[in-house]
Design a protein around this ligand. Structure first.
Ligand code: PLP
Length: 245
């Protein structure tokens, strides 16, 4: 069975983060491996607090896992501190070979809580991102990371610019580092219960890559999976519901 590793934060509601990734990866017919980077306190009203794990709590489990497991793809979500980013970067960049890495550059939760420290953003941009095969920013993350003037042909990674927060459409654009781009047209749908959208999309893309699909097809399949989950969400008694996996 193909395996997909998620390196991400814990969300007790299972709408986002590690638990959501595990559900998504398993639904794709791949086997989920997971390294949590932080615990969050959240409910249907949003993220109330986050506590990042120590370097030992993250790197030691990673080191032990890789002694017997070789993931076919890796999804990286919340890695909220400079120290954790540096250590995860060092660990993964020293592997003899790396599978495709899908990086969801999570900075702020939809409910407003910061999930990445300000003092790590410069390192994230210049160094941590270099681990990625594909980075999946939403429009505000795109502005911070790439602004208006990013040269994708000079980049080692491809970028999926997600249009979900646009006002007139929800088109996504895949800029591949061979200079080509693909527009995934999507009309806006009314989807108020969308907790975990970014996590689900990135782990679905990682799963499809692990199963052997091309990057373009992996994105298309992941978008179809996400649309289905958004159209049929899990709604809790009150508050913000999560997309179905
Ligand atoms: N909690 C964790 C652990 C996450 O990884 C994310 C993902 O971005 C969130 C919360 C926020 O999810 P959302 O912005 O979809 O509500």
């Amino acid at each position: 069975m193909k395996t997909v590793l998620t390196i991400a934060g814990l969300d007790p509601t299972s709408g986002a983060g590690v638990q959501s990734d595990i559900l998504t990866i398993y639904q794709h017919g791949a086997y989920p491996l997971s390294i949590p980077t932080a615990v969050t306190g959240q409910n249907a009203h949003g993220v109330h607090f986050r506590r990042d794990f120590s370097i030992e709590d993250v790197i030691e489990p990673l080191r032990i896992l890789f002694q017997t497991h070789t993931p076919d793809a890796i999804k990286i979500g919340m890695v909220g501190t400079l120290e954790l980013q540096q250590q995860v970067y060092t660990f993964l960049s020293c592997l003899p070979s790396r599978p495709p890495i899908i990086m969801d550059p999570i900075m702020v939760a939809s409910s407003g809580k910061k999930l990445m420290d300000d003092d790590s953003i410069a390192y994230f941009k210049t160094t941590f991102l270099q681990l990625a095969t594909l980075v999946t920013p939403n429009l505000s993350e795109w502005e911070i990371l790439f602004g208006d003037s990013y040269d994708f042909t000079a980049s080692s990674f491809s970028v999926l610019k997600k249009g979900g927060h646009a006002t007139d459409h929800a088109n996504d654009i895949l800029y591949e580092n061979d200079g080509t781009h693909t527009v995934y047209k999507q009309h806006r749908i009314h989807a108020p219960h969308d907790h975990g959208t970014g996590c689900t999309l990135s782990s679905a893309i990682a799963s499809n890559l692990a199963l052997g699909h091309s990057l373009k097809d992996s994105v298309a399949k992941a978008k179809a999976y996400l649309l289905n989950g958004l159209s049929n969400p899990i709604i809790f008694e009150n508050g913000h519901g999560a997309i179905r996996k």
